[in-house]
Design a protein. Sequence first.
Length: 259
Amino acid sequence: MELINVSTGLPWFWTIVATTVLSRVVLFPFSVKQMQGTAALAPHQAEILAIRDEMAAAQKKKDMLSMQRAALRQRMIYEKAGVSVVGMMIAPFVQLPVTLGMFFGVKTLCDLPLEQLKWSGFEWLPDLTAVDPTWTLPILATLLMNVQLSVTMRDLVGSTPQMGHIMNLLRLLTTGSVFLLANLSNGVIVYLITSITTMTAQSLLLRHPAIRRALRIPLVPEKLRTPPPTMRESAQYARQWWSDKMAEARAAERAAKRR
């Protein structure tokens, strides 16, 4: 980040914005690779989900032979679709350290503080080391997080039925995150807003059929997409999940007493 600031002469506000966008550009090929694999596997998702359920049941019974058979069948499906398991796993592992590195890098510079950050070069936000007393930036970041999650839910392909409910839970949790964000310096919030905006724009861009064809990302029919659940449906799912877990616990307790 300092290299970009020194070499370009950009003010620190725009240095953070430019470095954040550049980091997303560097990660873009990995995102495309992951989307290619996800889209290629979409027609096989029903079979893959059935195999995963079978593997979970076998693991619960500690039936290693059944687990190995299921894993072999899953690998054959991946090979048939032309998808590498390792390739699918690389993207998250590459993106996480870059994202965390950027976050803590900006936070460290603001917390020191680096004196130059007190003159950001952006009139409406002169001091990047200060905390926003109006809460405007934390609220904006929270709203953008919810927008990003909504966009991501629309693009869910080949996920488990529970994933949509997890996304709704995250949307609720982000609402409370405004209180945590209010304690972060302006520079960190600028990074978060830029990163979230860039990722949301990327998701919207990659919906376009012409762009998907150019990047060799298979088009996924609407019928294969996972419909995002409503908050009410997620609440019903949570209540049912809790009831099932309580019933399992009571059954396990009765079984233990019989022994």
